[in-house]
Design a protein around this ligand. Sequence first.
Ligand SMILES: [Zn+2]
Length: 482
Amino acid sequence: MTRARLAIHAHFYQPDRRDPFTGRIPPDPTAAPARDWTERVTDECYEPNAVRGNFRRIGWDLGPTLASWLRVERPDLHDAIAAQDDGSNAMAQPWHHTILPLASMRDRRTEIRWGIRDFELRYGRRPAGIWLPETAVDLPTLRICAQEGIRYTILAPWQAGTDGGVDPRRPYRVEVGGGHSLTVMFYDAELSAAVSFDPAATNNADEFVRARVLPRLAHPLPSGAAPLALIASDGELYGHHQGFRELFLARLTSWYGTGASDPHLEVGALGNLLGEASLPGLPVMTVRDRTSWSCHHGVLRWGAECPDATDGRWKQPLRLALDRLAAAIDTLTEALLRPLGVDPWAARDGYVEVASGYAPAGTYVARVLAESAGAPRTRPALAVRSRRAPAALLQDVLAAQSSRLAMFMSDAWFWDDPARQETLQAMRFAAHAARLLDHMAGTDLERTLVDDLSALHSPSTGADGAALYRLALEQVGQPAPG
Ligand SMILES: [Zn+2]
């Protein structure tokens, strides 16, 4: 008899809380007794789970913004987590936690490439799976994933393109065009919701298995194969959102772990349980474009008036303002870097080594210039303000591009009010990018940005986006816009 299988996936993520002007996280009194929220969640969740070896026995993705912070601030913990990648349990994540179906095609590819390269630098292998931020998906995004060598991802069952529902006890194959396919595992919504939102369900791991898991897996698949259920959730619930649930996870995965004596259930990571051989034989499924796991209105939550928000009228003007800034930055990037003989987008894709902390900016920039040494150079058409050395110019343009990518982090739109720190932080990244380029090229990106932001208002305070922008800068000691 084949045992039923239970896969656990935990999505670990913290937004980049660093002040882009200094690279440091400002202290946050609301996170007391910790210095800031990244530290607080580290103490309550990442560290206790690492100490108990839980990362070894589940599937997980560790967001690059969080992983980069850990590598600098808690290097021992970072390495302890990385050492619990067994060669197939860890999944990659696009770098900035951007809602990819709302991003330009070029940004999607950069985010996915950055996520893959970050993973390689951190774990020393290519990732097979990728966790998409908020599981936000459409076919073009999946196609890029496949083109970049990704083989599987995880989605919510309501993202399947069928009215008949999916059987969440088996993986499917999604054809993404161009002869590419991806394996998609739709998680078990009932089990995942119990773990995420019902603390009483996870007081006792043995009871959880007996009362909730085994009944879901009692019957074999029509093919006779053993069923496979997947619990997917934010990783932070194990110890941060819900206290001591790292103990639940440890019990669930050790007592019932792979190779343990329990005759009924094998528990592990999706990457291990999927196996290699299965893709051609999987049933074919489609996905609903522009859907996600945390908004039941597609991806409206991150750009429009999602019915979940009391007043989401601020969300679209924010996205429009940042989209316009991004387009202007990209035009300037071309105008500044092409004359150097540099391919701006290849240079941006490679800049992940700097963003993830594996190469100093100066070293990376020197390498890019050396590699493009044979390319024809011209005088810049733009009146570049200073006669800056090419290395300094390239370094600042890439730093601006990095902040311009960071300003699209999903957190900025997730909550009910743009007066929250998540949205102010996106404004700080936008300011950093705009000011770098205005300084270099004598442009007025910041003025346009402030004008565009004034179209949105905080539902709670009534402050407009221009006032929030000034507040965001004031909080980190930056001068107000001119
Ligand atoms: Zn919604």
